[in-house]
Design a protein around this ligand. Structure first.
Ligand SMILES: Nc1ncnc2c1ncn2[C@@H]1O[C@H](COP(=O)(O)OP(=O)(O)OP(=O)(O)O)[C@@H](O)[C@H]1O
Length: 465
């Protein structure tokens, strides 16, 4: 398509857009790997036409990075544009003249221009830290672990479906990802699909809106192992449940494996029809319980080793004795103590742990909500809650937003997608990225440590009133 004289070509606009995305804190590594697969086609009036080689990529672009791309392209072009993505299997994404990430050049330029599938264990949907190797086995999760391992070793054979349930922060997602990694490790050609049920819902709704039912079906039915997280979010969503029911049946009939997690057992899943609950019980149901003291200590020891931090036994024991019901909080406490010590160049010892964790360990059961966290964080940074949850990429907003997301993950039981919803409908990968970024920066930058600590203390103080 011809470019009007004087106007920038599509390629130029795209190159500048990639450049701006490279500088954006909202763009995660996963986003980047998908952005690389896009070929820009043309700008016609207010529409930007993009092409990708596969339905799966189109789906991701449309559900996960549409907003981000639309914003960046609109900024570049200087007016509000819409994006339209088409699938063309002959498409090779352009060789980026302006890289969108910091990947070493040899990796980008090696091989054909059409991106080869990543090695299985680099699946962007799976957290590389959640493997069987990093999972600590104890009496609270031994059975769930064994069942997960059996599924990964021979998917489609036994325990189909496998249904893992239990309270928040007890390792269900970790096990689900571990199944994904290990299945692929043993048989790289196995098609594994991990999805959170909120993503499944969005994907389904978008597929109806965009008339893409066929590609939706293909995405979820042409797999060997479907890992679906937090199924309780489908409660009461009739149409999505109906679709999931058909997906489940199609896979099960074809001898494919389905693994489901939930915060309650199938019996207690309200708003889900009996016929479906019965199916969930066809295979194996297993719960995960809060870990006992030994397991909590072992988890902390493993985490300390993985993060390469030194923490003596009595400190680990102190943390493990006081934080009992959620492994996410347990890990968060260790990070706080070791980060404080590193920043102050002090050794990690018991008295330091006691001081640092004073707030965390003091007993109060009052519920902390996302809006309390957002309100207090916004107040701390002197911005409004709308600004905090909005889309501005100025540094102070981004920092405040990321800290608030991190604290929501630490202090509430909200899932990543639910946290995203509280921040104006951000994608769960944006939340995941924010949590990781704050976690890393707490350990490296005193200012970040102090800010997070101060906001945390204010939240706790307010919730005690
Ligand atoms: N047995 C374990 N060994 C090592 N780490 C664990 C174990 N169980 C949980 N964790 C860690 O605890 C954190 C929370 O686990 P995870 O996200 O899997 O919980 P979940 O049960 O899926 O929670 P939610 O229902 O809130 O999604 C993760 O960082 C995970 O790696």
């Amino acid at each position: 398509m011809a470019t009007p004289p004087g106007a920038e070509s599509m390629d130029q606009v795209w190159a500048r857009t990639l450049d701006s995305l490279r500088q954006s804190d909202d763009v995660t590594a996963q986003h980047r790997s998908f952005i690389r697969l896009i070929k820009p086609l043309a700008i016609v009036e207010d529409n930007v036409f993009l092409a990708v080689a596969e339905d799966f990529t189109k789906n991701y672009v449309e559900t996960t990075i549409r907003e981000l791309l639309t914003r960046a392209l609109s900024d570049m072009i200087g007016r509000e544009v819409r994006i339209a993505v088409t699938v063309d299997s002959s498409v090779s994404p352009p060789e980026p003249s302006t890289p969108v990430d910091d990947e070493p050049p040899q990796r980008r330029s090696s091989g054909p221009t059409r991106t080869e599938p990543e090695p299985a264990y680099e699946d962007p949907h799976l957290n590389p830290r959640y493997t069987f190797d990093t999972f600590v086995i104890g009496s609270s999760n031994r059975f769930a672990h064994a069942a997960a391992l059996a599924v990964a070793e021979s998917p489609g054979k036994t325990y189909n479906p496998l249904f893992i349930y239990g309270d928040s922060g007890l390792g269900k997602t970790h096990l689900l990802h571990a199944i994904g990694h290990y299945t692929r490790h043993l048989k790289p050609q196995t098609r594994v699909r991990y999805v959170n049920s909120e993503e499944f819902t969005n994907d389904f709704i978008n597929s109806i809106r965009d008339d893409r039912s066929l590609s939706f079906k293909r995405n979820y039915r042409e797999v060997d192992v479907l890992l679906i997280d937090d199924i309780q979010f489908l409660q009461g969503k009739e149409q999505t449940l109906e679709e999931f029911f058909h997906t489940f049946n199609a896979l099960h009939n074809a001898g494919k494996h389905v693994v489901i997690t939930s915060d309650v057992s199938p019996r207690n899943l309200d708003g889900i029809e009996e016929r479906m609950r019965t199916r969930f019980e066809w295979g194996l149901m297993t719960d995960v319980q809060p870990p006992d003291l030994e397991t909590r200590i072992a988890i902390l020891r493993k985490k300390a080793a993985a993060d390469d931090v030194q923490a003596p036994g009595d400190v680990l024991e102190y943390i493990a004795s006081n934080i009992t019901s959620n492994i996410r909080e347990l890990e968060g406490a260790l990070i706080r103590v070791t980060a404080f010590a590193a920043l102050n160049k002090q050794p990690v010892d018991l008295s330091l742990a006691q001081v640092v964790l004073k707030d965390l360990i003091s007993d109060d059961d009052s519920e902390i909500t996302a809006s309390t966290i957002i309100g207090i964080t916004a107040d701390y940074f002197g911005i409004s809650m709308e600004e905090l949850t909005g889309t501005s990429r100025s540094r102070v907003y981004v920092t405040a937003r990321q800290i608030a997301m991190y604290l929501c993950r630490q202090l509430t039981d909200l899932s990543l997608p639910k946290i995203g919803e509280n921040f104006g409908g951000k994608d769960h990968t944006t939340v995941m990225y924010a949590v990781k970024k704050v976690e890393d920066q707490i350990a490296q930058r005193r200012q970040m440590y102090n800010q997070v600590n101060e906001i945390h203390a204010r939240i706790k103080q307010q919730s005690r009133r």
